[in-house]
Design a protein around this ligand. Sequence first.
Ligand code: ADP
Length: 447
Amino acid sequence: MKLKTKIQLFSSLFILLIVVLANASIYFLFYKITTDNEVDQLVGQTNAIVETIKENPDLPKSELLHAFLPANGIIRIVDTEGKERTPTITKNPDYRNIALEFSHKESQEIISNDAGEKIAVISKPVIWEDGEIVTLQVGNYLLSLEETMRTLLYVLVFASLMIIIPTVIAGNLLSKFILAPIKKLMVTMKENTKQGEWKTIDVNDRSKDEIYEMETTYNEMISQLKDNFEKQELFVSDASHELKTPIAIIKSYAQLLERRGKSHPEVFNEAVEAIDSESDRMQQLVEQMLLLAKNKEAAPYEAIELVTLVEKIIQTFTKAYDRKMMFNYEVSSVQVMGNVDQIEQVIYILLDNAIKYSEGDIHVMLFVQAHLVQIKVMDKGQGMPEEDEQLIFNRFYRVDKSRARASGGTGLGLSIAKTITELHEGTLSVKSIQGEGSTFTMELPLK
Ligand code: ADP
């Protein structure tokens, strides 16, 4: 069942139920109050008859009963055997149809005759002039009640229709109004799925309600998906492009070996060396790409003491490379929360770059500022143009392709470092002056 039909059906049935319940209550309450009134009046009249008979035993009974005859009624006396005694007073002989019944107890009831007419009947035992106990039966046909109830029924049905019809129309309009933007969204989504497009919804001229929020959220989602998809595509094309070069080199050396390797042994050494170094490059590239994917997952966090960690890494670097590295820090101990392997990796990448892209001394500094700790890696190397400062954090971006390649770079290091830092709720930035050097700053929140 369509949502529109569901909304309409539910709202209409709900209103119908309420209207029927309310009107039925009104109808039966009115009936009860009216009949109770009639019965009360008739009881009063019956009591008055009994009183008058008691007070005026000598008055002729037929005259006395005449005086109390209800408009559409009958007064009669029923003896112990259930027989009618004179006098019976009525304007209409048909009213005699009421069943004759003797009763020791006073009773009051509303009965219906075969024609469905309602009659209020009061029966009261009285001592008659001959000393016998008889039942004084006073009945009144509620002729106007039927008419009134019928009129009330018409009024209530009319009032119900006056409520239900506009409600059904309003339900229809409301469901159309609510569902129109959802339909639009559905069409756009279908188009996007079928045609592989990234269409968004036009939200101009829309009031800022929940549907507006849904549409803007959808638009944001689509633009995020588009962004990610494009980045992914770019990554795949960059990665395959980067892998193509070493593969081409390996292949050409293999062909060279095949052609001339046997006759020219000097070619053999050169080819093996080139194949070996290009395979190394490919291996490094693949490992770094895997690392990039892996670092997106949250690793278990622990407290990390940064001064000791940086000191340890600098020691490793100074042993491996013949380079001077200075470490300055203001505080003797500072802790952050994170994954120690990942944080170590960022510092490795920054130091490795400083070694690759500079020749002089390298300064590492550690500052504590408010709730942050800053680790700065400063070199006096070649630096880079200002426009490259943001771009170097993109995957595979290298300022000077041939030089970076010569230094064994893949263009993935800083991208990995940035991903890790952001995973730790920190930032990674660079300030560089071409020809003078670069300073990379990693900021992390304190523990
Ligand atoms: P790579 O493997 O090429 O070093 P990175 O992502 O680590 O990849 O660095 C991207 C580029 O940023 C490098 O190719 C280089 O051009 C530039 N770069 C990085 N660090 C420095 C630095 N300390 N000085 C100058 N340029 C740098």
